[in-house]
Design a protein around this ligand. Sequence first.
Ligand code: GLY
Length: 364
Amino acid sequence: MVVPDSLVVSLGERSYPIYIANNFSGFCTCLKEAGIGLEQKLVVITDENVDSCHGAGFLEELKSSGYKAEKYVLAPGERSKNLETIQNIYRFLINSKLDRKSALIALGGGVVGDITGFAASTFLRGINFIQVPTSLLAQVDSSVGGKTGVDFDNVKNIIGTFYQPKMVYINVNSLKTLPPREFISGMAEVIKHGIIRNADFFNYIKDHLDEILNYNENVMRHVIKANCSIKSDVVEQDERESGLRAILNFGHTIGHAVESVSDFELLHGECVSIGIVGAFKIACYLGMVSAETVDDVAAMLEKTGLPTSVKNLNPDKVYEKMLYDKKAKGGRLLFVLPRAVGDVILRFIDDDKLIMKVLTEIIV
Ligand code: GLY
């Protein structure tokens, strides 16, 4: 076994470690180090897909170390991310007699993590929460930083909490069981992190794309650690998104709207990829980046296998959705725009014509 790499998200008394390992065998040792003892009840929340690949092995790992653990399995996908699912989880936790010392473990991708974190943050006013992300998207982004939540009235993530986990344990080899489309979708968040914060990392991804797409374990460990480090650094400076953290939403203003207008036919990362191109095009029209930079980034996304445009959607509907989401969240349309690869700024854009022009270029 390779000793897990680790880093710490430093948030005072809410600080926690992120372990990057190549299997689940070190999980229980790390759990004990995080202060979760054998007398504490555990509930593992996962989805049907992850359960079929990792559920039995993960539960066995817990039981063989002496932990008492139950499992709750969700239907996979964004459609589970609602308050009805949360109510069903609460009922399960009540029937299982969980107390305030118990812990919920999210074993799965971003949807499982968001749902489990929200349930953990609200059940008995907050119980222990552990993230075991198995998708690339969750390993490099959503498992770190404490955002939890569900969708409501067709608005993504509108109900939720900031609630940091006690630890994050990443088994990079769980990526091997991901459908290739999901792995590639997660790459949008990886590339996003390079663009918003670190041009050297962006170039590293570019130079190692074949190894990444062929799943070279050492390269993946480096990629995941670098991502967690970029994300932690932002979260440490602005845990509750009063400013800087909003840069992590790069590509999401358009991306979220495309995702819901396409009725979740496209994966989250695919929509973020389209949104990244949209943000670069807006920045280019505003004279902030050159057309060559836009082409360079779009080429990199395409080489990764990500879409840079979408067919069969109505641009008016996408724009309406962007405005509706912002209204529901009480704000104006805030874009994260690049000034260069590795450097982005936040800017309100009220120019309807400019936004529509870009939407019609990426919705073909
Ligand atoms: N994925 C955006 C954030 O965690 O703030």
